[in-house]
Ligand binder design. Structure first.
Ligand SMILES: *[C@@H]1O[C@H](CO)[C@@H](O)[C@H](O)[C@H]1NC(C)=O
Ligand SMILES: *[C@@H]1O[C@H](CO)[C@@H](O)[C@H](O)[C@H]1NC(C)=O
Ligand SMILES: *[C@@H]1O[C@H](CO)[C@@H](O)[C@H](O)[C@H]1NC(C)=O
Length: 439
């Protein structure tokens, strides 16, 4: 038994050399393969951590560079919406540039207004909410309703109605945070003015203006009074009259007449506190090139140089450098793509580069980074949805994403978070819009 066991053991062992894995060449090959695998793994690890590692960061550099060149168009609005601008584009852009072939739109839908409206006003309150008031919803249909946009919830809620329906009117925020609305067309020509109190959400009428007017301007001066200029009077005639509202007494007083009668003009408060009035239509419904300055300390008007082009339905924006950028509008020659800059220190106008699109009844908003966003309006192609950006440091216009809707007689408001809220207006066929979008 024992022998047999040994024999069988030996037999088993002795059979060994005859198994295929005991052949010498198999062993050599096996050991070589193992050595090769170890070598390959070592080489792989070395390549991965020593050779490829720096190459990876190098190949990331061009991606980062291309995304930072995109950042001039893409990250700008993003950076404005956050308090930590540099990090937002860096962490999000490489993903979007590698996974998408088209640039994401800078525009997004936000909640619809309760009422469709155009020729309305929109005022950013100190709370960050936006008060949208009045306007038209048809050729002779005027609104007294008001609603509030809450940027944190993207929603609209009704707030108190004005006593008077108003369109073609004007609204200005006072130093005490209340909102003054004046004149317009509603149930007839409107002499009245009303004050909105954001803390109660209610309107109170204040004393009437001296002149009924619509398509006029209002500007809150640095002394807290509100300057009202021009417009059309209760006979629909253009007027050169001007008056001042004093919030401390709730009273109106006349101030000197403008040199030119005008409506659909713009009044801009310069950094020195004077008011620059530009363009508009004269008494014969002809667009004018004249501009004039109001000095609140003397209550007088002086002419300053003419614009290069006569314009109405244009925009005028105070740039961060104090110059005034005037864009587009229309005159008898048609709708304009031309742009000019007013230098308050010299009182002169210089033309700067043209917009890509001619437009009137558009908007222009100075963004927190100093660039100017121009949106919509109309030209001979109808109502447009294009938007473009002006960079004051280079005098160059670049197109940016189209708005979701074409809009004319809409309003653009720069929110406290830097985004731009565009509300209402009319679309092709002059249908009033209740939609709103964010840039
Ligand atoms: C506001 O006026 C509209 C009509 O223009 C009316 O339907 C609505 O009930 C009014 N709202 C308030 C709060 O009075
Ligand atoms: C309005 O203008 C018309 C035409 O120019 C003129 O006949 C009329 O007297 C004006 N009305 C007022 C109130 O000035
Ligand atoms: C402005 O318009 C008036 C009237 O059409 C014209 O006489 C004047 O030359 C224009 N000014 C400029 C700078 O073109």
């Amino acid at each position: 038994m024992h022998t047999n066991e040994v024999h069988s053991e030996l037999a088993t062992v002795n059979n060994g050399p005859h198994k295929w894995w005991h052949r010498r060449w198999v062993k050599i090959t096996g050991i070589s393969v193992i050595i090769l695998i170890v070598f390959a793994v070592t080489l792989g690890l070395v390549l991965n951590f020593v050779v490829f590692a720096p190459k990876k960061s190098e190949t990331n550099t061009p991606v980062a560079t291309s995304s930072s060149s995109l950042a001039t168009t893409i990250s700008t609005p993003l950076s404005l919406s956050t308090t930590s601008p540099p990090m937002t584009p860096i962490t999000t852009l490489p993903q979007t540039t590698t996974t998408t072939t088209t640039q994401p739109s800078e525009w997004s839908v936000t909640g619809n207004m309760i009422n469709a409206r155009y020729y309305h006003t929109a005022i950013v309150l100190s709370t960050g909410k936006v008060l949208v008031t009045g306007g038209s919803y048809g050729l002779t249909s005027y609104l007294n309703s008001a609603e509030l946009y809450d940027p944190s919830a993207s929603t609209w809620t009704t707030t108190g109605n004005m006593t008077n329906a108003r369109s073609y009117y004007s609204a200005s925020v006072l130093e005490n945070g209340k909102v003054l609305v004046t004149g317009g067309v509603g149930n007839g020509y409107v002499y009245s003015a009303e004050l909105y109190d954001p803390s109660t959400g209610t309107w109170t009428t204040t004393s009437n203006m001296i002149h009924a007017r619509f398509s006029h301007t209002t500007s809150t001066l640095l002394n807290g009074k509100v300057l009202v200029t021009g417009g059309r009077d209760s006979s629909s005639n253009a007027t050169n009259s001007a008056e001042l509202y004093d919030p401390s007494t709730n009273t109106w007083t006349t101030t000197d007449n403008m040199i030119n009668m005008r409506y659909y003009h713009i009044a801009s408060i310069l950094s020195n506190g004077n008011v620059l009035v530009t363009g508009g239509w004269d008494g014969n419904r002809v667009a004018i090139n004249s501009s004039e300055l109001y000095d609140p300390s003397t209550g007088t008007w002086t002419t300053t140089n003419d614009m290069t082009n006569a314009r109405q339905g244009h925009t005028a924006s105070i740039l961060l450098n104090g110059k005034v950028l005037v864009t587009g509008g229309a005159n008898r020659g048609g709708v304009l793509n031309s742009v000019e800059l007013y230098d308050p220190s010299t009182g002169t106008w210089t033309t700067t580069s043209d917009m890509t699109n001619a437009r009137q009844g558009h908007t222009a908003s100075v963004l927190l980074n100093g660039k100017v966003l121009v949106t919509g309006g109309e030209n001979r192609n109808g109502i447009i949805n294009t938007a473009e950006l002006y960079d004051p440091s280079t005098d160059i216009w670049t197109t940016t994403s189209n708005m979701i809707h074409g809009r004319f007689s809409h309003i653009a408001s720069v929110l406290l978070n830097g985004k731009v809220l565009v509300t209402g207006g009319t679309s092709n066929g002059y249908a009033p819009l209740n939609s709103a979008e964010l840039y």
